[in-house]
Ligand binder design. Structure first.
Ligand code: HEM
Length: 218
């Protein structure tokens, strides 16, 4: 066993993506959104782009459910598409938003990459799964409470349901369990390193979406 293989994979992937996390967290768009320099339209725009990302992540769930690598991560209590749709109904005042909605170029590239790895590389899909869902369960809660305050949404109500995991009573316990799934990933060193690289790429794809959203909001 190499030193790298002796490190729990959950620790490896978190530590290796730390810098990319800082970049995403400190993006101008996130700062402006949470700092109150952008209106609710920018928050709606962000929620719209997330809808494309989660449709890509969750549209392949059935197909991957029995996969030995990705299957254990497919947990319906994580699914966000329905919550996003409720938020979008609210953010569009009940108007039909689906027909006119378009992904920004960076979102299109992000969703395409998720679908590409889902097709032929389950380990790569796990990298994307981790980057979004563990983030939503963590920093997502900070985004939710700030958005509630800034934009006047009801606590855990319409507009911010995306950040509320109704089916997860104890997020800390869920995250511990998720990390043990990562640690148990049936993959050796070269594959683990490839997954870590894909995680960095997933963060970069998120940062690119923030870049497009910042330009759209300007
Ligand atoms: C304002 C924006 C953000 C804030 C304030 C934030 C904050 C945090 C915090 C405090 C944690 C640690 C929670 C814990 O240890 O339980 C965390 C973890 C995480 N965040 Fe973020 N985050 C932000 C944006 C993002 C973005 C854009 C992504 C990726 C799309 C992301 C992905 C993650 C992931 C994957 C983890 C889990 C790390 C691990 O424990 O393995 N975060 N975030």
């Amino acid at each position: 066993m190499t030193v790298l293989e002796a490190t729990p994979f959950s620790t490896l992937i978190r530590d290796a993506s730390h810098q990319q996390h800082t970049e995403a967290e400190n993006s101008a768009f996130m700062g402006d959104l949470l700092g109150g320099r952008l209106g609710v339209g920018a928050f709606r725009g962000y929620t719209e782009q997330l809808w494309f990302v989660y449709r890509a992540l969750e549209g392949v769930a059935d197909r991957l459910a029995d996969d030995p690598v990705a299957g254990p991560f497919i947990r319906p209590e994580l699914f966000r598409t329905t919550a996003l749709e409720r938020d979008l109904d609210h953010l569009h005042d009940g108007a039909d938003w689906r027909a006119a909605l378009r992904p920004l170029p960076a979102t299109e590239a992000y969703a395409a990459r998720v679908m590409e790895v889902a097709r032929d590389w389950p380990g790569g899909y796990v990298a994307h799964h981790y980057t979004r869902y563990l983030g939503d369960l963590s920093g997502g809660q900070i985004i939710r409470s700030t958005a509630e305050r800034r934009y006047g949404f009801a606590r855990k109500g319409d507009g911010v349901r995306f950040y509320v995991f109704e089916g997860i009573a104890n997020p800390a316990a869920f995250k511990r369990e998720y990390r043990s799934l990562l640690d148990a990933l049936p993959a050796r060193e070269p594959e683990r390193l490839r997954i870590v690289d894909e995680c960095k790429r997933a963060f970069a794809l998120n940062t690119a979406v923030f870049g497009d959203l910042e330009s759209a909001a300007a």
